[in-house]
Design a protein around this ligand. Structure first.
Ligand SMILES: Cc1cc2nc3c(=O)[nH]c(=O)nc-3n(C[C@H](O)[C@H](O)[C@H](O)COP(=O)(O)O)c2cc1C
Length: 185
């Protein structure tokens, strides 16, 4: 069977993001069954309906990438019990019609299979993951595994800037990967 294409979206622009660390681990465990790419979206403009059409080049690029994959795995931090603004901005662009007023037609993200993980403080990104699951349903995606896997970053990791995933975290991510890969078949 041919490999599935999975796009990773990291909701943090931080160089040593703990969510990127988690994404790297997931890439290792799915590597045999899927081709993974990380979405570059740091240059997206802020959503502004004045500049929606003609579609800005950076928006075209992320929409093309999203349209071309079988599934999307979002790794999100939690900012004030919700998703970071950069991730919300990306999803707002992806949720919009491809042509003016074509609200009933598919968008770049509608119908896509999506799964969620999140690394944050004590809450294990519960607020962000739950909000994200709700938002993804609203933008007509198929959310696999509901609010997904949460990782509570230990206090010492904030001091060293290095996250070591626990065995429990790794098991949860493996289980999520299996469920997600079987949904993509
Ligand atoms: C503006 C802001 C708000 C935050 N709010 C929360 C929060 O509500 N809950 C939480 O657990 N962590 C919160 N954090 C901490 C981040 O979730 C945490 O640093 C996370 O590791 C960042 O993800 P990253 O390492 O992938 O960049 C907040 C951080 C920032 C910058």
């Amino acid at each position: 069977m041919s490999k599935k294409k999975i796009l990773f979206i990291i909701g943090s622009l931080r160089k040593k993001s703990f969510n990127s660390t988690m994404a790297k681990y997931v890439e290792e465990i799915v590597r045999d069954k899927a081709d993974v790419e990380i979405l570059e979206y740091s240059k997206l403009p802020y959503m502004n309906q004045d500049i929606e059409f003609p579609t800005p080049e950076e928006v075209e690029k992320v929409r093309e990438k999203v349209s071309s994959v079988d599934g999307i795995w979002i790794f999100t931090p939690e900012y004030n019990y919700n998703i970071p603004g950069v991730l919300k901005n990306l999803l707002d662009w992806l949720s919009r019609p491809l042509k003016p007023f074509a609200f009933q037609e598919p968008t770049a993200i509608s119908g896509k299979f999506v799964t969620i993980s999140g690394a944050a403080g004590r809450s294990a990104a519960a607020g962000a993951r739950e909000s994200l699951a709700e938002l993804l349903g609203f933008v007509r995606t198929e959310v696999i595994g509901e609010a997904g896997t949460g990782v509570s970053v230990p206090a010492e990791a904030f001091e060293t800037n290095e996250l070591t995933l626990s065995e429990e975290n790794k098991e949860a991510l493996k289980k999520q990967a299996e469920e997600f890969l079987s949904a993509l078949k």
